[in-house]
Ligand binder design. Structure first.
Ligand code: SF4
Length: 168
């Protein structure tokens, strides 16, 4: 059975969710899980930078940063490094973030296929190869799946909550 641990008088856990190159299905899974857990989560979490939930977001310091999607441009690399520097825990969410696929399938194109998309890579200032998150920053926790499973997500979230807000 999955159990959410609620903070007592402690500060809420600051959460950020960031999307890079992907289809955002992990985000959909997270919001579906939230349908069942919002009453616990609103006491436990400060959704500090989660654009799907609100328009006014703050990026200062985070306890947990969730990263979905692969990194496809120098801007992506710079942004994820900035998020890493602000976060106690960084979680790679879903296959695109954890292994770089399927978002990075152009890495495996034939030379002819690569040549045919070169103009797009140049036009959009993309990296020569798409990267998984751990190629650019330290990742503390990985949640696999395409998309992740609700159960796997809750298990990892519960583990992080227990680590950040241990119950005496
Ligand atoms: S891992 Fe799969 S579901 Fe998740 S963003 Fe990538 S393609 Fe979409």
């Amino acid at each position: 059975m999955l159990v959410m641990i609620e903070t007592s008088n402690q500060e809420k856990i600051k959460i950020g969710w960031f999307t890079f190159s992907c289809c955002e299905d992990n985000l959909v899974v997270m919001t579906e899980v939230m349908n069942d857990h919002w009453q616990e989560w609103k006491k436990l979490f400060d959704f500090r930078h989660v654009r799907v939930l609100k328009s006014q977001n703050i990026l200062d310091e985070l306890d947990i940063a969730f990263i979905e999607g692969a990194l496809a441009s120098p801007d992506h690399e710079a942004k994820v490094k900035d998020i890493r520097a602000r976060s106690k825990k960084l979680v790679a969410v879903g296959s695109c973030a954890v292994v770089g696929l399927p978002a990075g399938q152009r890495n495996y194109f034939t030379p002819e296929q690569k040549e045919s998309i070169d103009f797009l890579v140049t036009r959009f200032g993309a990296l020569a190869s798409v990267k998984k998150v751990s190629e650019v920053v330290k990742v503390d926790v990985e949640i696999t799946g395409c998309p992740m499973s609700p159960e796997g997500f809750l298990e990892k979230v519960n583990g992080l909550v227990a680590e950040l807000r241990p119950v005496n």
